[in-house]
Design a protein around this ligand. Sequence first.
Ligand code: TYD
Length: 204
Amino acid sequence: MRGKFITLEGLDGAGKSTHLAHLVELLKGRGKTVVQTREPGGTPLGEKLREILLSEPMHLETEALLMFAARREHLAQVIVPALERGDWVVCDRFTDASFAYQGGGRGLDVAKLNVLETWVQGNLNPDLTLLFDVPTDVAFGRVKNMGRELDRFEQEKAEFFERVRAAYLQRARFAPQRIRVLDGAKSVSEISKMLEEVITSVCQ
Ligand code: TYD
């Protein structure tokens, strides 16, 4: 039986990494073999592209094309083989991030992103996407206090993150079956509880 494909999304600083670790433990506890991966990245080539994407200034279309190039490789090398083996794939960001960041944040024409999505994925989509939603000022504050050098996206202004957040929420409205919006401002234990409920429903 094909495995399930779960993606996590949200603004930088929404707390994805904490919840991702918990989600993976929950799935393993239910006997699933889990492949944990991320975008951009997830393959040796993808990780090289990630380094470039997070540091090098570039045209907004180059940025979108490189995100999807990394994704093509990731699907071919990691995601599709894992799902075909029956493993569950938990991916930190996927195509919704391209619509939110390149589309919403940078203002790239959504029609172009739709073309890339169809080209790269065909009809493969996540079975479930968890969108950790937090007010922009909360996310922005957390990012600025990370105590490490900020990457090219994290250095963007608050308005950029407002647009990213609005684009994520709009996508969630159009795909309510797939995208579950979780309140990322809640405590870690409250979110863990919500995750358990969500996972119980998808594991049935
Ligand atoms: P992320 O893994 O969340 O970074 P961190 O390691 O700091 O938690 O994501 C890296 C950045 O890449 C993030 O700012 C969003 C951006 N991104 C896009 O702009 N488009 C995309 O398609 C993807 C997958 C990520």
